[in-house]
Design a protein around this ligand. Sequence first.
Ligand code: FAD
Length: 304
Amino acid sequence: PFDVLVVGGGPAGCSAAVYAARKGIRTGIVAERFGGQVRDTLGIENLISVPYIEGPKLADNLEAHVRNYNVDIITAQQVASIKKNEYVEVTLANGSVLKAKTVIIATGARWRNTGVPGEAEFKNKGVAYCPHCDGPLFQGKEIAVIGGGNSGIEAAIDLAGIAKHVTVLEFMPELKADAVLQKRLYSLSNISVIKNAQLTEITGTDKVDGINYKKRETGEEQHINLQGVFVQIGLVPNTEWLKDTLERNRMGEIVVDDHNATSIPGVFAAGDCMNSPYKQIIISMGSGANAALSAFDYMIRNEA
Ligand code: FAD
């Protein structure tokens, strides 16, 4: 069996694999694709000590760093389930079973998409998902935030300090965000809120030039000219495959303690798939390291 088996090859999984391998223990990593969300990112400017790097380059660096060590690498494979017997057993979609003394789950997350025409086409060409990451690209521009929950309203407040004007579009008749956030939102002069409105299209030619939405009360179609759209309708953890095997919260995130331990002894979780409040590369890397050190600690205490 592996001493540590990491599931996921994003920043969290790669960090966990490097930390585990450096303990000289038998380490494996299974990932659908190295790099995770980073591979789909244009430019990254907040990985401290690296002022700017393109996502695919960082993804390649992550993979290369893991390959520097003696790690068994299994890529292009999906993990389908996990079970604890004598060892932790990880079953792949192709049916094969990997056994390990400890497992670190780092399967990440994905932004929920609106699915409207233009969203996929203009991703990274005006359509963005992460205000901490891409906010500065919209300095002095007119933008919209889709979604009036906590993350949408936090994004709108954050972006109002950078953009010229922010329009919040909420599907329901009322915003769902906490009252304190709404109070702050309404105190800012360059934000407007449109409720009971359904986004129908993100328009543009080579980049975003506007949005179309439908007033749900009347069915009337409207258009707004703008240069950017932040979609804030939820981040979905890639944890469906775990079903009820371990504790997850209401959002589907894996619940961990301060050692990144899950409700199954010997199984740890790191990065965007767990219940950390902020989802960022640097945070995922830190949590992968924490999980690997905790897994090592668990292993030496539980060796026969
Ligand atoms: P992920 O990066 O999601 O990696 C998950 C890994 O698990 C992948 O290797 C995937 O293939 C694998 N996997 C998933 N399910 C399975 C399965 N069932 N079986 C096997 N493997 C599986 N953060 C920043 O700090 N700065 C930025 O500028 C920035 N920009 C971003 C821009 C975009 C467009 C997006 C989408 C995100 C951005 N983020 C940014 C957020 C950042 O990318 C994430 O916080 C980070 O990648 C999370 O790392 P992770 O390892 O937890 O998960």
